[in-house]
Design a protein around this ligand. Structure first.
Ligand code: 5GP
Length: 186
């Protein structure tokens, strides 16, 4: 299915305005990978824990740029209902397969930190699972929207309070495949 197909047009598909270009994303991912590596000890295994689905592209690109042995796993939570409104309640939908966190630095890789509820939930969940060395990496951060205190360890870019799509981020499951981050309906 392509973006200009009739079915997508029926969902009022709009072409997003580019906020972060593909070239800028590449530079951001390189810089974040360098920051993660600079903090990493050689005797510690790096486990990238991708938060599905939004962080899938970011995580893949990050893993390729990290010049170190990397383990990959996935977790899925939900807080958003349909569209652009968060329900405020975070639920675990899919647990990581790796359960042994001893000797590992877990880097949670998220698409965007908004209210901070999902990030807080994920860190508490991993602590309960026995992870002692947790870092939080987000492609995008909207600090002006925080409802619970949370400061990510690695931030790709701080953005204003706008709804963004692309590079993994969706609106009702559309737009995830865009190679850039764009603004929708702003
Ligand atoms: P939080 O729990 O911090 O409020 O929300 C985090 C989640 O909300 C993100 O992982 C993402 O799925 C969703 N989210 C927050 N802001 C945006 C946005 O601007 N665009 C999209 N597509 N998702 C967002």
């Amino acid at each position: 299915m392509c973006y200009n197909s009739e079915s997508i047009m029926n969902t009022s598909y709009l072409t997003p305005e580019i906020l972060i270009s593909s070239k800028q994303l590449d530079a951001i991912v390189s810089r974040v990978a360098d920051e993660i590596l600079a903090d990493c000890r050689s005797d510690t295994e790096l486990l990238l824990l991708c938060v599905l689905k939004g962080a899938a592209m970011f995580t893949s690109d990050l893993a390729k740029k990290l010049d170190a042995p990397v383990m990959l796993d996935y977790i899925k939570v939900s807080s958003y209902g349909s569209g652009t409104k968060s329900s405020g309640v975070v639920r675990l939908e899919y647990e990581p397969a790796i359960r042994d966190f001893a000797g590992k630095r877990v880097v949670v890789v998220e698409d965007i930190v908004d209210t901070g509820r999902t990030a807080r939930f994920l860190c508490e969940y991993l602590t309960d699972c026995g992870a002692a060395d947790i870092k939080f990496c987000t492609l995008l951060d909207k600090p002006s929207r925080r409802e619970v205190e949370f400061v990510p360890d690695y931030v790709g870019m701080t953005i204003p309070n706008k709804f963004v799509v692309g590079y993994g981020l969706d609106y009702n499951e559309h737009y995830r495949g865009l190679p850039y981050v764009g603004l929708l309906n702003n």
